[in-house]
Design a protein around this ligand. Structure first.
Ligand SMILES: Nc1ncnc2c1ncn2[C@@H]1O[C@H](COP(=O)(O)OP(=O)(O)OP(=O)(O)O)[C@@H](O)[C@H]1O
Ligand SMILES: [Mg+2]
Length: 342
């Protein structure tokens, strides 16, 4: 006779994740989550029929308290943590916690370390190779010496950019839960970024237009980080969004209700839809060769995403192959400064 009274059912449902009570090898009670994972009719069944997972059954049938990581209950590759508690009168409480999120973040961390090492190893191998050649005794042709020097310089700077960006990323992550507190005028940020990018714009023969009508466009933020956001977006538009057909970039700062929107738009080659969801991943590039040649580390949009999140904002990227790309960053607008200072 099952003990699944309405009170016990409510208690087990409140746990959220799948939970069962096992009495001498029979499922005595099970919450909604357990029933939708293992089947509606498991109450009253032999636990060996309800949970067809040999490793899990070994522990449950042994009747001892345990906490085990296992894979394959419900679907083939879903990871779970199973906790078994003895709750008296030889009853067992079995709970399953979904570990997919933890496993995915562990995976992201190991992928990140592997990617970062790979990115650093390539320029490092060049430096070692050239260093060894230079260390060999004997005269060296002047033109060759210059070429070696230039390559060493370029590769070392590349490593420096990667390390700088990684440090910037970890600083921003460390500050994730600390809200910035300065009042920042986004029009000024956009103007400063356009100035920072003037040299690159010249090289690309590009014109950057700014439309910042109807200000003020004040947000609460960290001016340095918000500058990094707009620098990155304009840099990308210049590097990847300018071609023979179009050398125009439009930067717009607008107020939309309670938000300030900064958008950077180009009319270049655009980005194929399958790449869009991955652009903010660290080291992800659509065309790795082209990005590396133009000095890109593939960390720019990951940095932008983290900064925008820290500012409780939203970023969206829309792009049409052949027509160009528009990146929008929406930030909560600051309340008007009501305090009149003496
Ligand atoms: N406006 C754009 N038009 C076309 N492709 C773009 C655009 N912006 C970004 N991309 C693509 O997205 C990739 C990732 O951009 P991201 O800014 O993260 O890295 P990066 O520019 O390669 O390096 P970094 O910003 O660190 O110098 C780029 O390599 C490029 O392939
Ligand atoms: Mg970039």
């Amino acid at each position: 006779m099952s003990r699944q009274t309405p009170f016990l059912a409510a208690l087990l449902d409140a746990l959220g994740e799948p939970a069962l009570i096992i009495d001498h090898g029979t499922v005595d009670a099970a919450n909604l989550a357990a029933r939708s994972l293992l089947g509606d009719a498991i109450i009253g069944r032999d636990v060996r029929i309800a949970i067809r997972h040999p490793q899990a059954l070994d522990f449950i049938l042994a009747g001892r308290e345990a906490s085990i990581d296992l894979v394959g209950i419900g679907s083939a590759d879903r990871p779970w943590q199973m906790k078994i508690n003895n709750i008296g009168r030889r009853l067992l409480l079995v709970r399953l916690s979904d570990r997919s999120g933890i496993v995915a973040s562990e995976r992201m961390r190991t992928d990140f370390v592997a990617n970062a090492s790979h990115e650093l190893r390539t320029p490092l191998a060049t430096l070692i190779g050239y260093g060894e050649t230079l260390a060999e005794p004997g005269p060296l042709d002047e033109a060759l010496r210059v070429r070696f020097g230039e390559t060493i310089n370029r590769e070392a700077r590349r490593m420096q950019r990667i390390v700088d960006d990684l440090m910037s990323l970890s600083r921003i992550e460390a500050e994730r839960y600390r809200m910035p507190s300065d009042r920042v005028e986004m029009d000024d940020i956009a103007k400063a970024s356009i100035q920072h990018m003037a040299e690159l714009a010249d090289q690309k023969n590009a014109t950057i237009g700014l439309d910042a009508d109807g200000g003020p466009h004040v947000v609460i933020g960290d001016a340095g980080q918000l500058g990094q956001v707009v620098d990155n977006l304009i840099g990308n538009a210049l590097r990847y969004g300018c071609n023979e057909r179009s050398t125009r970039i439009d930067v717009q700062v607008t107020r939309l209700g309670q938000r300030v929107r900064v958008s950077v738009r180009d009319y270049g080659d655009g980005i194929a839809p399958e790449h869009l969801p991955r652009l903010t991943e660290r080291f992800y590039r659509v065309d790795p060769g082209r990005s590396r040649d133009s000095g890109g580390t593939g960390l720019g949009l990951a940095i932008v995403k983290h900064i925008v999140e820290r500012h409780r904002g939203l970023m969206s990227i829309r792009s049409k192959p052949g027509a160009g790309t528009a990146v929008q960053v929406d930030l909560p607008a600051a309340e008007p400064d009501a305090v009149t200072k003496p």
